[in-house]
Design a protein around this ligand. Structure first.
Ligand SMILES: O=C(O)[C@H](O)[C@@H](O)[C@H](O)[C@H](O)COP(=O)(O)O
Length: 272
C-alpha cells in the first residue's frame, strides 16, 4: 500500500510496500535535490547518518544516477560519527565510503569526515571549525534566522528508541543550542564516544529526510509523528522540526503500521 500523505505539521510521509521501492524513491528524491541545489547554488551540501540508510542509497551508484548526478558538485558531511578510526567497522565514514562514495566520482577533498585521531570533545570542536569555514565560503548555505549552517539535505535514520543522529532520548546533547557540533562519551548505543550535529543545525536545513524501516520502530514513529497523549515522552525524532525547510519521512509498511495515516489508508482500502 504505497502512498504519500502531507501531515498538518510533521511534514510529508512517503510510505512504500517494500525496501526496493523505498530505495528507488529515496534516490530519486536525493538526485532531484542535488539538481536543484547545483542549479541554485553551484554545490550540493549533504549530511549523512549511518545505519541502513546508506545501503538504501546504493542505487545512486547505478545507472542513470552514476552518470546524471553532478558528483563533482557534492560536498559530503556526517550528521553524526562514532569516534573510532576511519578504518574501523563502526565508522560511519567507512560505511559510506565502502558502499557509496568509493563508487561515484566525488572529489576526495569534498568528503568532510571527522579527524579520527582526536578525543570526542576535540573532534567535535574540530568538525565545527571545519564546518564554519565551509559556511564562510558558502559551500554550505547559512540560515538568515540564526546563522546556522543550512544544509541542502540532511539525511537521518531513527532507532527504535526514537534517537536520530547521536541525539538520544533524555540526553543532555538534546539541549545544546549554542554549539553546531557536540560530543558524547556515554552513548546508550555503542560505541559510547560520538560527535553529532545539534538540533539547531538539523532544524536549519533546507531539507531533512528521515528514513525509517522495520516494525521495531513503529511505536517510536507514532510518538514522533502522530498527535499523541500530552504525557507522551518527547522523542528526539519529534524534535526534528525544520524551521523553514521541508521534512520528509521515507517509511516502509511495518514502520508506518501504527501511524494514523496508515491505519486510515488501510481501512479505506478494505472498504474499496
Ligand atoms: O550511529 C548509530 O548508532 C547509527 O548510525 C544510528 O544512529 C542509526 O542511524 C539508527 O539507529 C537507525 O539505524 P537503522 O536504520 O540501521 O536501524
Amino acid at each position: 500500500m504505497a502512498f504519500t500523505r502531507i501531515t498538518k505539521d510533521r511534514g510529508k510521509l512517503r510510505i512504500q510496500d517494500n525496501l526496493d521501492d523505498l530505495a528507488t524513491e529515496l534516490v530519486e528524491y536525493i538526485a532531484e535535490l542535488s539538481e536543484v541545489s547545483v542549479k541554485e547554488r553551484g554545490v550540493f551540501a549533504i549530511a549523512l547518518s549511518g545505519g541502513s540508510l546508506i545501503g538504501l542509497m546504493g542505487k545512486l551508484c547505478q545507472a542513470p544516477y552514476n552518470k546524471t548526478v553532478d558528483w563533482a558538485k557534492w560536498h559530503i558531511f556526517w550528521v553524526d560519527e562514532r569516534v573510532v578510526s576511519k578504518s574501523h567497522t563502526d565508522s560511519n565514514y567507512k560505511l559510506a565510503k565502502d558502499s557509496l562514495l568509493s563508487k561515484v566520482p566525488v572529489a576526495p577533498s569534498h568528503i568532510h569526515s571527522i579527524n579520527d585521531s582526536l578525543s570526542a570533545e576535540d573532534a567535535a570542536t574540530d568538525y565545527e571549525f571545519a564546518l564554519r569555514q565551509m559556511v564562510k565560503a558558502r559551500t554550505v548555505g547559512v540560515s538568515q534566522l540564526n546563522d546556522c549552517p543550512k544544509f541542502d539535505l540532511i539525511l537521518l535514520g531513527m532507532g527504535p528508541d526514537g534517537h536520530v543522529a547521536s541525539l538520544f532520548p533524555n540526553h543532555i546533547a538534546l539541549e545544546e543550542r549554542d554549539e553546531w557540533v557536540t560530543f558524547l562519551t556515554d552513548s546508550p548505543k555503542p560505541p559510547p564516544e560520538r560527535i553529532t550535529f545539534t538540533l539547531p543545525v538539523i532544524n536549519s536545513a533546507s531539507n531533512v529526510a528521515v528514513v525509517v524501516t522495520g516494525g521495531s520502530k513503529a511505536e517510536a514513529l507514532r510518538m514522533a509523528i502522530d498527535d499523541v497523549e500530552p504525557d507522551t515522552p518527547l522523542l528526539p525524532a519529534r524534535m526534528v522540526q525544520p524551521t523553514t525547510g521541508n521534512l520528509v519521512w521515507f517509511l516502509d509498511n511495518p514502520a508506518a503500521s501504527k501511524l494514523e495515516a496508515f491505519r486510515f489508508a488501510e481501512s479505506d482500502q478494505l472498504l474499496a
